[in-house]
Ligand binder design. Structure first.
Ligand code: ADP
Ligand code: MG
Length: 315
């Protein structure tokens, strides 16, 4: 059976809402359309495609909307906010992919899967929440929310008070079979947006949403492993991974092996919360039998696919 190879492609929420834009619907649709144009390269190369997107700026905006409207409409919890971002972003990315393919005269089969991801309630991340999220509060409002909702709040140097939440590791993707079935039917699948909706498994297999966020780098790596993807691509804000990033000694990397990546990781080249999770996710995917990882930016992707840009990580 000549099964088509599978590419799992992850990109950051910044790709649709960069820091220098307001994040209007028009802007995000235009950015989605640009990203979709770049993603066509995978279809041209004969890959089936699973798209995973981050949601940092978008879920932040949803939380601000909830806070600002909280005297009129009851706010939802963070897991529901993540689900909302999967819906709105999945819709916009799906529309962009549909239109791009239709313009090319191709049959567009695009599906977005609302993706629930199991995390471990004993994950050490829950002991010390570290991920700042949502609006900045005044000291007074922060103290009210900390008491009423039992939120952990930290002061962010000069900018006000902000909620921090846990970022546990993804353990299991609940909708994996559905994703697999759609890919097998030659659908482009958008899944695990924002790293997935975090839930914990309780006694008797019951599930409960938790107020946490999962890094989409880990979830996309887990999906790439479980689906035995042939290629795992992480699109981010830089064309390549660097050693001594942002220092005078900075050195871009064309390629690294898993042992090299681990060495650089230990030497502190890839910080937690940004490049660290990407390289770690790459290592885990390659260790589980994966063949190739590419880290690059959306802009550099065409060059990177020709081997002229990007950082390849190989076993
Ligand atoms: P994303 O939204 O794509 O996950 P992140 O901000 O979480 O983006 O992580 C990517 C960013 O990490 C890059 O845009 C870059 O600014 C930063 N970075 C940190 N260390 C490195 C490094 N060693 N090489 C390249 N980029 C790095
Ligand atoms: Mg990130």
């Amino acid at each position: 059976m000549g099964r088509k190879p599978l590419a799992v492609v992850a990109f950051g929420g910044n790709a649709l809402h960069p820091p220098d834009e307001r994040g209007t619907q028009r802007e995000q649709l235009r950015n989605a359309s640009r990203a979709a144009r770049r993603l066509m390269a995978f279809l041209r190369a004969g890959y089936r495609l699973l798209v995973v997107h981050g949601n940092g700026p978008q879920v932040g905006s949803i939380l601000i909307q909830m806070e600002e409207a909280s005297t009129k409409v009851p706010p939802f919890s963070l897991d529901v906010a993540v689900a909302m971002s999967q819906g709105s972003m999945g819709y916009m990315i799906g529309l962009a992919l549909h239109n791009r393919m239709t313009r090319l005269g191709w049959t567009a089969r695009v599906a977005c899967v609302l993706t629930v991801v199991i995390v471990d309630e004993n994950d050490p991340a829950f002991i010390q929440p570290t991920k700042p999220i949502g609006p900045f509060f005044t000291a007074y409002r922060a103290s009210v929310l900390a008491r009423k909702k039992r939120w952990t709040i930290v002061e962010d140097a000069g900018r006000g008070y902000r909620r921090v939440v846990a970022s546990p590791r993804p353990r299991e993707v609940l909708n994996l079979e559905a994703i697999q079935a759609l890919l097998d039917q030659d659908y482009i699948v958008i899944a695990a947006g924002g790293g997935g909706i975090p839930v914990i498994r309780m006694e008797r297999g019951l599930l409960r949403g938790v107020e946490a966020v999962i890094d989409k780098d880990y979830t996309s790596g887990l999906l790439a492993s479980r689906l035995r993807a042939d290629l795992f691509v992480i699109l981010t804000g830089v064309p390549r991974v660097a050693l001594y990033y942002n220092t005078p000694r900075q050195q871009w990397l064309d390629q690294m092996s898993v042992p090299e990546a681990e060495r650089y990781m230990q030497a502190g080249h890839f910080p937690a919360g940004s490049m660290g999770p990407k390289v770690e996710a790459a290592i885990e995917y390659l260790r589980s039998g994966g063949t190739s990882v590419l880290i690059t930016s959306i802009e550099a992707l065409p060059q990177a696919l020709k081997g002229k840009n990007g950082t390849r990580i190989v076993p």
